[in-house]
Ligand binder design. Structure first.
Ligand code: SF4
Ligand code: SF4
Length: 128
């Protein structure tokens, strides 16, 4: 299987994604595109779409639970970098579980990170 996040995206359509305003200020070293944010309070911005009754980050591409990706992956806020997929590095992730369950997806298990049968096995030689 591919990386589970690429067929998920649930956490990008569940939480309010809030972070310090400086993360969207280039002169402060920020990387988040400001036009994709909105003011939350004097100290914080939020990714547009994530404060809605049914949140969905404006930067999320694709369909949750099928094929999803972050359109600003290299520029995403710090909070996005901190959400770890459950068990990728051997530890649980309550945020990942909560978001997946809310979207009708099963929580990840350690088995989801095992190589599929045949992984790493060289392909058979092709017959002429
Ligand atoms: S909910 Fe978990 S598996 Fe889904 S995209 Fe977020 S971190 Fe990845
Ligand atoms: S910025 Fe990217 S990683 Fe963060 S919530 Fe939006 S789509 Fe998800």
């Amino acid at each position: 299987m591919g990386h589970p996040c690429l067929s998920c995206g649930a956490c990008c359509a569940y939480f309010r994604v809030a972070f310090h305003w400086s993360e969207a200020e280039a002169f402060m070293g920020g990387t988040v595109p400001p036009e994709l944010t909105e003011k939350l309070d004097p100290h914080r911005l939020a990714m547009r779409g994530t404060q809605a009754a049914r949140p969905r980050c404006i930067a999320l591409q694709g369909t949750v639970g099928e094929a999803a990706s972050c359109g600003i992956y290299a520029q995403r806020p710090s909070v996005c970098r901190e959400v770890a997929p459950a068990w990728e590095f051997g530890t649980p992730s309550p945020q990942c579980d909560k978001a997946r369950l809310a979207h009708g997806l099963a929580a990840l298990t350690p088995e989801d990170w095992l190589d599929p049968p045949g992984a790493g096995v060289p392909p058979l030689p092709q017959s002429a």
